[in-house]
Design a protein around this ligand. Structure first.
Ligand code: FPP
Length: 260
């Protein structure tokens, strides 16, 4: 028998999710999971404790996306700039990556979720890289949803790499400069098999993009919330989606053109 408090939470959660229009879900949701350090410090703990608790929020959001469903979810788990954090924190984050992959493989298989990763993955410690490749291989045929982890990821690095690759092709006469268009650029990004981002959420009250998916968020709706990442739960996500569904996405057109 659930406690009265749990029952109220369940009913509230059902109500919120029931308001979501399943025909207007974002196809690609991207999340900047911020506030782990502040969450831990507020309680007098080390920053790593916040990262550990952040994994529960990851689990909730992945499950919620699978339930809705949102077919593409991309999480900013570790940026190129995060390598500059204290060694011990980087070590904890890499350890957490390995332990979370081991723990969550069942969730991925149960929900038929394919794991994908973007970023300079070769920079990851061997153990993390191996585990990642292993889970990606095991889940590669899962059709329901694609969960992409941005690891050692930076949008400027991604765009620089793309320009280098296209330049080499031009130099070798494999492509002519006049043929370079948006689709050529898209096809050289880490995200080549993902659609553009529809909704970008950042937690913790910060209102920045922090070098995340700069090309891919050209027409994304941005949603900022004060909730710190370790506190983020399914209802927070449902609130963000309801907000998204109340927006008019005009893609440069006028409101009258969209609603003649
Ligand atoms: C930002 O919070 C968060 C990160 C740099 C790492 C995100 C990692 C997790 C949520 C846990 C592991 C995730 C996976 C996918 C295994 P912050 O440390 O910058 O917080 P602060 O702004 O309060 O300092």
């Amino acid at each position: 028998m659930p406690s009265e408090e749990n029952l109220v939470t369940v009913i509230f959660s059902m109500n919120l999710v029931d308001h979501i229009d399943r025909s207007k879900l974002p196809r690609h949701l991207a999340v900047i999971m911020d506030g782990n350090g502040r969450w831990a410090k507020k309680q007098g703990f080390f920053r790593s404790f916040g990262h550990e608790n952040g994994t529960e929020a990851v689990h909730e959001v992945v499950e919620a996306c699978a339930e809705l469903p949102i077919p593409f979810l991309t999480l900013y788990a570790f940026s190129t700039e995060n390598w500059n954090r204290p060694k011990s924190e980087v070590k904890t984050l890499m350890k957490l990556l390995v332990s979370s992959l081991k723990k969550e493989i069942n969730t991925l298989q149960k929900n038929k979720i394919r794991l994908n990763a973007i970023g300079n993955l070769e920079a990851l410690p061997k153990k993390a890289y191996q585990e990642l490749m292993d889970v990606m291989e095991q889940t590669k045929s899962n059709p329901h949803m694609t969960l992409t982890l941005a690891l050692s990821y930076g949008a400027r690095e991604e765009i620089t790499k793309t320009i280098k690759e296209i330049s080499v092709k031009v130099k070798n006469n494999l492509i002519s400069p006049s043929d370079i268009d948006e689709s050529v650029i898209n096809n050289h990004l880490y995200t080549r098999d993902l659609p553009d981002v529809d909704l970008l959420i950042r937690t913790s009250g910060e209102q920045r993009i922090s070098n995340f998916l700069l090309w891919q968020i050209a027409y994304a709706e941005l949603y900022f919330t004060d909730t710190l990442w370790p506190d983020y739960r399914k209802d927070h996500l449902f609130e963000a989606i309801l907000d998204y569904q109340n927006r008019e996405r005009r893609f440069g057109k006028t409101s009258e053109q969209l609603n003649p």
